[in-house]
Design a protein around this ligand. Structure first.
Ligand code: S3P
Length: 172
């Protein structure tokens, strides 16, 4: 697979895990968009949300998505969970390279995110039942964006899936 590869999907879907694995398989650079934003601003994602609000974060996230896409032409980019859902970013990514949706059920995401809420501003103040409801609602809202991806991988079944085994979304 040549050029840029973008991994999209909900928080906890495994974008960083598969991004590291597949970039190594393909000998490409790995970029985590959240890490890139944190390095660029010298602030955590949580503090950016707190200081500037989600709307400003989304504008900056889009700007940084374009910056990394222009600067690194041969990389695997793990997006943030919301990157796909704002500012026509899916359209942009589909024009620039290959998009892969990492999919998991609300229940599987809930199990993973319960242990990892604190660094995620959208989740950190939710109790377990609020968290499950939030994941279910957001997945429904975000699915139309995620499913614009060219490929889809079910991350519940395919922990060891190699990049060459992924399937086009319509056949997934
Ligand atoms: C977000 C997901 C996060 C991060 C920010 C917002 C979202 O990335 O970009 O907290 O809106 O789903 P991860 O999916 O890497 O946790």
């Amino acid at each position: 697979m040549t050029g840029l590869i973008y991994l999209v999907g909900f928080m906890g879907a495994g974008k960083s895990f598969f991004g590291k694995k597949w970039s190594a398989e393909l000998h490409k650079k790995f970029i985590d968009l959240d890490d890139y934003i944190e390095q660029k601003t010298n602030k955590t994602i949580t503090s950016i949300f707190t200081l500037y609000g989600e709307q400003n974060f989304r504008a900056f996230e889009t700007e940084m998505l374009k910056e990394v896409s222009e600067n690194f032409k041969d990389a695997v980019i793990a997006c943030g969970g919301g990157t796909a859902c704002f500012n026509n970013n899916m359209q942009y990514m589909n024009n620039q390279g290959t998009t892969i949706y990492l999919k998991a059920s609300a229940n599987a995401l809930y199990e993973r995110l319960l242990r990892n809420q604190s660094q995620r501003p959208l989740l950190k103040d939710k109790n377990p039942s609020e968290l499950l409801l939030y994941i279910k609602d957001k997945l429904i809202e975000r699915n139309p964006f995620y499913t614009l991806a060219k490929y889809c991988v079910d991350t519940e079944e395919n922990k060891a899936l190699g990049i060459n085994e992924i399937k086009p979304l319509n056949n997934a």
